[in-house]
Design a protein around this ligand. Structure first.
Ligand SMILES: Nc1ncnc2c1ncn2[C@@H]1O[C@H](COP(=O)(O)OP(=O)(O)O)[C@@H](O)[C@H]1O
Ligand SMILES: [Mg+2]
Length: 401
């Protein structure tokens, strides 16, 4: 297990030097970043995700505590330690209430530092084991190819990163013939197979070796380079891979295969949100409805499942508003149909935000990211049924969907 990676945000150079020396001597953690500026510190956390941050309390205590509270909220997986030359219990209580995990008083003692590092290491291993907490897994699924699933995965990941600056990983679970690396135009040396084989020993450094960081800021875990290697990955390993990723990333966006094998089901079952991709035409809706029925049978049909209309063209025969009633599932969002823009971005190995930032199709990903991250409310109640909805329901009934 690697040492805990630590950032120090402190203006007092003597304290920084002291912590650095003590950390080297004890070997309990490694000071990798030092800064006197909180803004730089926050940037470092966003970019490098240290496991622990020791943050000096500034002269304006209220202001500092406000900042601690913001950091605790924005970086829930960071072990946050406050450093101060004041030791009054009122202050310590306020700091802990603001969300800090621990408190160190100046001058820092080696035993105190070691104890803090031990607690941070404990939290790290608890996080790794805990499947329920940590980052959110968003699986994008369609039971038919060609609906735009991979397009949604990569551009949603990009939009989420641009909106939040959080740590985002994209996983290509289309193991035998994934497209994610092509869409991102990256050529990683490692793949999900390497992580699957070593998931139990994956620490921060190992994981960051296996995933390639795209210029957008999104991390990519590739499909295996050889088709036959896909078979070597078991459903239990998919579970381990996702559990590991969840401990170190805020969002894990999974591109899933178009068939229900055990590995796909494992990913869906572990997901916090399942974006079920459909087109707004009868064959596709029928397929999607079958899929929802299957979800129902296997206990996956709950509030996690959101319908996502891809390649959306307003259609008088099947108004978007009627879909929720027919499917009995909320329509989460829709991605406009814009073939020239999308295919040009794919062919150039670029994201939509790079080639067409102002197009409606690109903006639809920004809107979706804002809803997913909670910075924009989701749509309210399902829309009211429209007059000729009955016709569509009849079509569905007639066709035995
Ligand atoms: N919003 C969209 N508008 C128009 N065409 C799209 C859109 N999204 C995807 N496509 C096109 O659909 C095809 C399949 O997209 P892809 O993302 O590979 O789907 P999947 O992963 O479901 O097979 C691509 O040719 C792509 O250009
Ligand atoms: Mg695909």
């Amino acid at each position: 297990m690697s040492r805990i990676s630590c950032l120090i945000v402190e203006t007092d150079q003597e304290s920084i030097r002291q912590i650095d020396i003590l950390s080297r001597r004890s070997g309990a953690f490694e000071v990798r970043w030092k800064t006197h500026s909180l803004t730089t510190g926050v940037d470092i956390i966003r970019k490098h995700a240290p496991e622990m941050a020791i943050v000096g309390l500034g002269p304006d205590v209220d202001d500092s505590i406000g900042n601690i509270s913001m950091m605790a909220r924005d970086f829930p997986s960071l072990y946050l330690v406050v450093l101060s030359d004041r030791t009054d219990s009122d202050l310590i209580l306020r700091v802990i209430r603001a969300g800090a995990h621990d408190f160190l008083s100046k001058p820092v003692k080696e035993a105190d530092l070691r104890s803090v590092a031990e607690k941070a290491a404990k939290l790290r291993s608890t996080r790794k084991e805990s499947a329920g907490r940590g980052g959110k897994i968003i699986s994008v699924f369609s039971n038919k190819g060609g609906n735009g699933t991979t397009t949604i995965v990569v551009n949603l990941a990009d939009a989420l990163f641009r909106l939040t600056g959080k740590k985002i990983a994209v996983v290509d679970l289309v193991l035998a013939h994934g497209d994610v690396t092509m869409f991102f135009n990256v050529n990683p040396s490692y793949s999900i197979l390497d992580l699957a084989k070593n998931a139990e020993k994956a620490d921060y450094d190992f994981l960051h070796t296996l995933l390639v960081r795209h210029t957008s800021g999104v991390y990519v875990l590739a499909d295996p380079p050889l088709v036959e290697e896909a078979e070597q990955i078991a459903a239990s390993q998919v579970r381990e891979v996702l559990t590991t990723l969840r401990s170190m990333f805020d969002y894990i966006i999974v591109d899933t295969p178009h068939q229900f094998d055990e590995r796909t089901l494992t990913a869906l079952e572990m997901s916090d949100i399942i974006l079920l991709v459909s087109l707004l035409n009868l064959p596709s809706l029928k397929n999607t409805q079958k899929c929802l029925e299957l979800f129902n049978r296997i206990g996956l049909r709950d509030e996690r499942v959101r319908l996502l209309l891809s390649r959306y063209l307003p259609n008088d025969e099947i108004p978007k508003e009627s879909i929720e009633g027919i499917m009995n599932c909320p329509v989460f969002s829709s991605i406009p149909n814009d073939y020239p823009t999308v295919i040009s971005s794919i062919n150039r190995g670029k994201l939509l935000s790079e080639v067409a930032p102002d197009k409606e199709v690109t903006r639809s990903f920004d809107q979706m990211a804002a809803i997913l991250d909670g910075s924009r409310p989701a749509k309210g109640e399902p829309a009211k049924r429209k007059g000729f909805l009955g016709n569509i329901e009849n079509i569905f009934r007639r066709r035995g969907a």
